[in-house]
Design a protein around this ligand. Sequence first.
Ligand SMILES: *[C@@H]1O[C@H](CO)[C@@H](O)[C@H](O)[C@H]1NC(C)=O
Ligand SMILES: *[C@@H]1O[C@H](CO)[C@@H](O)[C@H](O)[C@H]1NC(C)=O
Ligand SMILES: *[C@@H]1O[C@H](CO)[C@@H](O)[C@H](O)[C@H]1NC(C)=O
Ligand SMILES: *[C@@H]1O[C@H](CO)[C@@H](O)[C@H](O)[C@H]1NC(C)=O
Length: 373
Amino acid sequence: MLFRSLLSLSCIGLLVTALPDKSHLVTRQPNDCREISIPITVEVPRFLISTEINDDWDAAALTFNLTRRDFGQATFPLPITGTTAGPVRSTYSVGGTFCGNGSTTLILTHGILESKLYWQPDFPGSERYDFVKAAVKAGYSVLSYDRIGVGSSSRIDPLTDAQFQVQVAVLNALVEHVRNNAASPLPAHKVVLLGHSYGAYLSAAAAASNQSRNSVDAVLLTGFAGGFSHFGPFLAGAGLRVARDRRPRRWGALDPGYLTTADRYADAYRRVAAWTHERGSEPFAAGELPSLLATSITYRDITAPVQIVQGRYDVSACGGNCAGQLDEIRGNLTGARVVETVEDLPAGHNLNLHLIAPKAFGLMFDFLGRQGL
Ligand SMILES: *[C@@H]1O[C@H](CO)[C@@H](O)[C@H](O)[C@H]1NC(C)=O
Ligand SMILES: *[C@@H]1O[C@H](CO)[C@@H](O)[C@H](O)[C@H]1NC(C)=O
Ligand SMILES: *[C@@H]1O[C@H](CO)[C@@H](O)[C@H](O)[C@H]1NC(C)=O
Ligand SMILES: *[C@@H]1O[C@H](CO)[C@@H](O)[C@H](O)[C@H]1NC(C)=O
C-alpha cells in the first residue's frame, strides 16, 4: 500500500482539500485525486447459497460444478436453496478514489479477481494503461471504487453479503451519492457508468434499475457480451484456489470463501500477467457468481446511450473471438437511445491492460462527446 501511495502522490500534484465553495476547485490540478470512504446502507433480499468452501479441494470442486455443461439447468441447478423472507439491511464502507473536476462523473466498477487498481495500474511504464488519468485529461471527473469485499472496501461475508444484487444496490447508492451528496468532492451534473466484466453486468443492472435509470446519462461496458455461456473456459483456466492459503500475509484474514487464481499463468489470458497476479489481483467471493447467474438483467429497461467496447480475443465474454458475439445483446438493448458496439480491438479480456488501451479510451470519450457528455 505504501508503494502505491507514494506512486500516486507523485502524480497528484497539488492536493487541495475540497471546499464547498466551488471557486476553490479551479485551483486543483487536473490529476488531483483523493481517497474517499463512503458509508452505504443497502436493504435487499439475499439468496441462500448452499456452497461451502473450506480448502482447495472445495475450490476445485466448485470449479468443476461451475463449469459443468448443465450448470444452472434443471439437471444441475444453481447452489441456491431460496431467498431470505425479506430485505436484509446492511451498512458497508466503500473505498474509492475521486479524481478530476469535470461536471460529468464516470463511476468505474472493476471486474472479478481485481480492484479499482485495474483503472490505474501502477507498474513502471503503466501510464498508457491508466484510464483514470486519460479521463481526467479528457475533462471528466472519475470515481473508481472497490467493490464491497475487495481492497479498501468493507470485508463482507462471501456467501450472504457478496451477492450480485447487493453490489447493484451499492452502485445505485453511489450514483445517488455522486449526484446529490453535498459532501461529495464535486456535485456532478451528469453520471456515466463504466463497468468491466463483472462490473459491466453490475453497471448494466444499475442502469436498468428503477433507482438509477433516470440518473444515468450513459453506460460504457467492456469485457462483456451480455451472456454467460463462455464462463466455463475462464473459470477452468483460472484454477481457483483459497486466497488466504495462497498468500497468508496479504489475505490471511479472509474467509476461505474468497478465491484467487492458481498462478500468474492462469492470469495470462487477461494480460500483463505478472503484475495482474502479483499486484492487481484481488480475491472474489464464492457468492458472486451464483447470485449473478440467478439474476436476470432486463436490458431493455436501460434508456441511456450504451457503448460496448470489446477486445476481440476475450475468453469469458466471447469464448475467445468476439466477431458477431455482440449482435444479441445489441438486439436486446431495445430501450437505449443509442447503442454502439466495437468488437474487434486487438486485445483479450482485460482491455485496459493491452497496448490498444489508449485507442479504446479515445473511442469511449468520443462516444461520450457525441452524447453531449
Ligand atoms: C478544472 O481545472 C482546470 C485547471 O486545472 C480548469 O482550467 C478548469 O476550468 C476546471 N474545470 C471545471 C469544470 O471546474
Ligand atoms: C458441487 O456439487 C455437488 C453436487 O453435485 C455438491 O454436493 C457440492 O457441495 C458442490 N461443491 C461445491 C464446492 O459447491
Ligand atoms: C419499477 O417501477 C415500475 C413502474 O413504476 C414497477 O412496475 C416495477 O415493479 C418496479 N420494479 C421494481 C423492481 O421495483
Ligand atoms: C436477449 O433476449 C433473449 C430473449 O429474451 C434472451 O433469450 C437472451 O438470453 C438475451 N440475451 C442477452 C445477451 O441478454
